[in-house]
Design a protein around this ligand. Sequence first.
Ligand SMILES: Nc1nc2c(c(=O)[nH]1)N[C@H]1C(S)=C(S)[C@@H](COP(=O)(O)OP(=O)(O)OC[C@H]3O[C@@H](n4cnc5c(=O)[nH]c(N)nc54)[C@H](O)[C@@H]3O)O[C@H]1N2
Ligand SMILES: Nc1nc2c(c(=O)[nH]1)N[C@H]1C(S)=C(S)[C@@H](COP(=O)(O)OP(=O)(O)OC[C@H]3O[C@@H](n4cnc5c(=O)[nH]c(N)nc54)[C@H](O)[C@@H]3O)O[C@H]1N2
Ligand code: SF4
Ligand SMILES: [Mo]
Length: 659
Amino acid sequence: MKKVVCPYCGFGCKLLIDPATLKVKPYKGEPNKGKLCPKGLYSTEIVKSRDRLKRPLKRVGSKIVPISWGQAMEEISNKLLEVRELYGPDAVAFLASSKVSNEENYLLQKIARLFGTNNIDNCARLCHEASVHALKLAVGTGAQTNPYEDIPKFKSVLIWGYNPAETHPVVMDYILRAKKSGAKIIVVDVRETRTMAFADHRLIIRPGTDIVLANALAHVIIEEELYNEEFIRSRTTGFSEVRMAVKKYTPEYAERATGVPAEKIKEVARDFSLAGSGAEMWGMGLTQHVSGVENVLALINLALLLGYIGERGGLYPMRGQNNVQGAAYMGALSEFLPGYVPLTDGKFRKRVAGLWGVDDLPTERGLYLTELWDAIEKGDVRALYIVGENPAVSEADFMRVRRALRNLDLLVVQDIFPTRTARYAHYLLPASAFCEKAGSYMNSERRIQWSEKVCEPAYDSKPDWEILTMLGKALGLPGFNYTSVEEITAEYFRLFPELEEKSVEELKNSDGIFLPKKRLHTWEFATPDGKARFMAVEWIPPWEGPDDKYPFVLTTVRLIGHYNTGEMTLRSPSLVRLMGEPKALISREDAERLGIQNGDWVEVETRRGKIRMTAEIGDVPQGVIAVPFHFKANKLTSHALNKAGTPEFKFAAARVRKV
Ligand SMILES: Nc1nc2c(c(=O)[nH]1)N[C@H]1C(S)=C(S)[C@@H](COP(=O)(O)OP(=O)(O)OC[C@H]3O[C@@H](n4cnc5c(=O)[nH]c(N)nc54)[C@H](O)[C@@H]3O)O[C@H]1N2
Ligand SMILES: Nc1nc2c(c(=O)[nH]1)N[C@H]1C(S)=C(S)[C@@H](COP(=O)(O)OP(=O)(O)OC[C@H]3O[C@@H](n4cnc5c(=O)[nH]c(N)nc54)[C@H](O)[C@@H]3O)O[C@H]1N2
Ligand code: SF4
Ligand SMILES: [Mo]
């Protein structure tokens, strides 16, 4: 049996795969301890899919024709060099993938930066980048602070805008173990979620009012002197600003804004504080707002008030894709070098440049993935190289993205399947799937795990690292002579002091290595003065409030049986059998008013477009419609960005009618 990292979510389960049959069993060790969800269990079905991209393809007029690997690399690199010659390096952009290994992300950002641009990004931008920015500000490191194994030790778990029962099923095992040993489970969401079935407190709020609720909880904690004075004094700064700022967020005021009864807010503040320890876990309900960064800061403030850090608590921004944490650590972000080091850190930048055989690297922040589309429309970006990403479906207001994709001089799509985005590509490069290659991945708890090769690449596909090695070489960049993936692993190890002394063999023979270490901030924060920063935040209204014409609030959610843009799950027959039909969730009051019954077809429309789907009456506040994000929702969503560049996927003004 081969040990392989699951190709879906960021929890990072390990699969045991039989090379002869490709049958999957759960790994008994860390982190999944013998558990898997159906996605992991049936993950190898996509490997055998007849839809796989089989050979390199090129668009000639309206036809798609086969082309050899050598010819494809030559033509693509010539075009990239020509665009650079005519318009400069920033007219080219690269999208890395949270689906591919550390080594592959490392190579792509290395190519971008050696080519001369920081236009390198990945879907973390659409996801937890607001958490990264908030955590960096408040505690100094933009990542989950504690391992999963700590969750059952805490006496409370606050789950906010996050629905692990559908999105990270295996993490529920940890949460339920906490509950079994007496922890209070508190869930905050805009609808009755599956996760709420296990909660002691269920708080259903109006979308986009999270800061009001968080500040009201802080208000009660301060008013009733439930905070941890010693922790605040010795380990934080900025408490008095927060104390001032939350004064006006009384539970009564919060009740009017959020819809949660004032008494309930007080009860939750007391239960969370008196527990004495607690995990805060959050997801897209917080980050995908124009107030995304501030939402997360408001939540971190609560942990700082109570000293829920280190042994007594943890901050868990639960990561989405299987290697989104690794893509970030490898530097596949337009504002950070590897290890989240700012581009302006001259000492580190020069060290990286030296390792790569050049004097220096570009220092200007590159474009965020979400800024690319306007830049393409303006003619500032002319060539785009995409690895394992499907923006024609996953980006906000996707009609705008599709228009932009048509305007490129060069679009390369490197994927395992002919995606929706690939329809606009000039070149399509077939990548090998997860178990057809070896490499390392980093899960949400920052555990780097080795994933073994199980079978040979299908058809004429190649592992992404091999394709990128060919690309680097064809572009004439220094040092692209890798003949094994391990050479790349060893190279990125040299960028991190914690890994410098480690060997690739050690990684292969272990249950993973935590980077930089298992638990962060236990004694000291990673900020310049070693203290955590309270950051006072005020409520920020959503970008597009409802009005007479568009009176509903549209939010988008995930379903257990579907995964992101569906390119993988829809090609897995067993998963397709388990899938439910995506339905729009609407309140009983609104349904009655509009004459809608369960299963009726409705049309949901925003200023960007309209889609049709069947409706389900459920526990959402009046005036809210919750639509599954998979497939079509982004025809509707707004692309207003927060400070970290994430669109407001979770709030748009909409209208709804029965059809
Ligand atoms: N089955 C499945 N699993 C997945 C994925 C998948 O597509 N399918 N995708 C993976 C990825 S990439 C990610 S990032 C994670 C995401 O995992 P989650 O963050 O759990 O995913 P979402 O369902 O997008 O959003 C979480 C919750 O936010 C709530 N919400 C919406 N608006 C608001 C608001 O204004 N305030 C609050 N407090 N809550 C709000 C929604 O009702 C929803 O229950 O899941 C990963 N796992
Ligand atoms: N409305 C709305 N929109 C959202 C969200 C939301 O909550 N609401 N969530 C956002 C979030 S959190 C995220 S993360 C994004 C996800 O957005 P995307 O990352 O665009 O979505 P995926 O469907 O996961 O696409 C991953 C692609 O990688 C390919 N792939 C898989 N394995 C490999 C491999 O080994 N090599 C290569 N080269 N390719 C591979 C798959 O075939 C697929 O095409 O969507 C965002 N969009
Ligand atoms: S919980 Fe996530 S990592 Fe584990 S099997 Fe399911 S999709 Fe894969
Ligand atoms: Mo995500």
